[in-house]
Ligand binder design. Structure first.
Ligand code: GLN
Length: 484
């Protein structure tokens, strides 16, 4: 059952080949067997999952229920889930039971999905390897000595190992696309504002965006369909109609203009990863697409700009964790200042503290103009590069990540090396554009992701590109040894 697409599972449920309770039990058993080694889940919600599945079976028997009725999924532990621990990968929220559901959680529940549990992640989504989690690193199911990518590493590993059908993720600088690439799955970061951020714990509010992680484009389309859409509770949510993503999957690609940014194929890119990307591009050419070299001249500045803007926003967003209202509180505080200091020092890990300090520094009087304001100006230049490129091309393609998954521990002592993982993904967040990672030919048995970036609200076109590639190739069908 775990090797099937959502459409196949939906048919099996409708035809009573199996019930949602049986399907849910099957995935819970896989989690029980494999999670002790992979560490992809922080919380497994067996009881509530089985009762949701029983409800789904009643709806199925009555011939009602949404498009995802009875399908077992998982949520990144950054989404608030009512009555279920929402830790955000942090000791700070280890004891936090959310009193309400995030909009994305609510909408997937309304579509009928069953929640198996909450997936592991880098603390407050800060990281590219899932090693900053308070709950320990996640292992990459393709090679358990390697990282799954981050920050949505638990979701990526869980989907790749088929511990759930699909999962949610969030992407502030690459956290859906990079782990999707490193674990060999399909992930899409929608346009900023496409999915509501309400109830999604904020890291960098002008960059954060939720999206689906799945084993194929058709499954991702079904999830995104349920997740997307206007939400009056999120003031940055956009009131633009959501197209029918499933209906658009099989559109003809003849005449599609693909831009290959020369900056994305230079030094730093592993040559074998580049060869996999080129092979995928040739498949698009066979399908009638044309390729042009383009330039995104300011893209080399995206990492430095991001590491001013994202920490600035996080220093403000994380100010709410003060030991007073909710979350970790230190023992026996001497006075209020001691309470703040020790609660935050104990509750936050090293990377989160580093970012809060950088963010506070770049926003402080005397440095604001030199760092924060300047970064905001360059952010505009980066967005302008894309605007110009999309006058010439329909989509931009390149690698998602410069290398395949690296060994656990390899980059933890070198934050700058870690930050460079996102060299190809961050620009789309700074510009607010949708981006996707699609599995292509592996290198030495390890997955590689092709990144496709589209113009605003062109999620449908990205899903169409991914679907057509997956119709002609079997790169997305690989399952890691031991998980088939
Ligand atoms: N790896 C990047 C960071 O550490 C992006 C994380 C993300 O997208 N949440 O900030």
């Amino acid at each position: 059952m775990h090797d099937k697409t959502i459409a196949e599972l939906a048919a099996g449920l409708r035809e009573r080949t199996y019930s949602s309770v049986e399907l849910t039990r099957h995935f819970l058993e896989r989690i029980a067997r494999h999670n002790p080694s992979l560490n992809a889940f922080i919380t497994v919600a067996a009881e509530s999952a089985l009762s949701a599945a029983a409800q789904a079976d009643l709806a199925l028997a009555a011939g009602t229920g949404g498009p995802l009725i009875g399908i077992p999924i998982a949520h990144k532990d950054i989404f608030c889930t009512q009555g279920l621990r929402t830790s955000c990968g942090s000791r700070m929220l280890d004891n936090f039971i959310a009193p309400y559901d995030a909009t994305v959680v609510e909408r997937l529940a309304a579509a009928g999905a069953v929640v198996l549990g909450k997936t592991n992640m880098d603390e407050f989504a800060m990281g590219s390897s899932n090693e900053t989690s308070w709950y320990g690193p996640v292992k990459n199911p393709w090679d358990q000595t390697r990282v799954p990518g981050g920050s949505s590493g638990g979701s990526a590993a869980a989907v790749a190992a088929r511990l759930c059908v699909a999962a949610t993720g969030t992407d502030t600088g690459g956290s859906i696309r990079q782990p999707a690439a490193l674990c060999g799955i399909t992930g899409i970061k929608p346009t900023y504002g496409r999915c509501s951020r309400w109830g999604m714990i904020a890291f960098a509010s002008s960059l954060d965006q939720a999206g689906p992680m799945a084993s194929c484009a058709a499954d991702a389309a079904l999830l995104l369909q349920a997740m997307a859409g206007f939400d009056p509770r999120d003031s940055t949510s956009l009131d633009t109609p959501v197209p029918d993503y499933v209906a658009g999957l099989d559109g003809d690609l003849a005449g599609l203009r693909i831009g290959l940014p020369k900056e994305y194929f230079g030094a730093g890119l592993d040559g074998r990863v580049a060869a996999s990307i080129q092979a995928a591009i040739r498949e698009y050419e066979r399908q009638g697409a044309t390729v042009v070299e383009i330039s995104l001249p300011n893209s080399p500045l995206s990492v430095p700009v991001y590491y001013v803007v994202a920490p600035a926003e996080c220093s403000s967003n994380l100010a709410r964790f003060d030991g007073v209202r909710y979350g970790h509180r230190c023992e026996n505080p001497k006075d209020l200042e001691d309470l703040y200091k020790r609660s935050r020092a104990e509750g936050f890990g090293a990377e989160v503290q580093r970012r809060i300090m950088i963010g506070t520094y770049v926003l402080s009087a005397g440095y604001y103009d030199a760092y924060y304001l300047k970064a905001q100006k360059i952010r505009h230049l980066i967005a302008d590069d894309f605007r110009r490129a999309f006058e010439q091309v329909d989509v931009i393609m390149g690698p998602t990540s410069p290398t395949t998954a690296f060994p656990i521990g390899a980059k933890m002592d070198d934050p700058v090396a870690m930050y460079l993982n996102d060299i190809y993904t961050i620009a789309a967040n700074l510009a607010g554009l949708p981006g996707m990672s699609i599995p292509v030919a592996p290198v030495d048995g390890m997955p590689v992701g092709l990144q496709v970036v589209g113009n605003y609200f062109e999620e449908g076109r990205l899903l169409n590109c991914a679907y057509r590639l997956q119709q002609q190739t079997d790169w997305h069908l690989g399952v890691p040894v031991g998980f088939d």
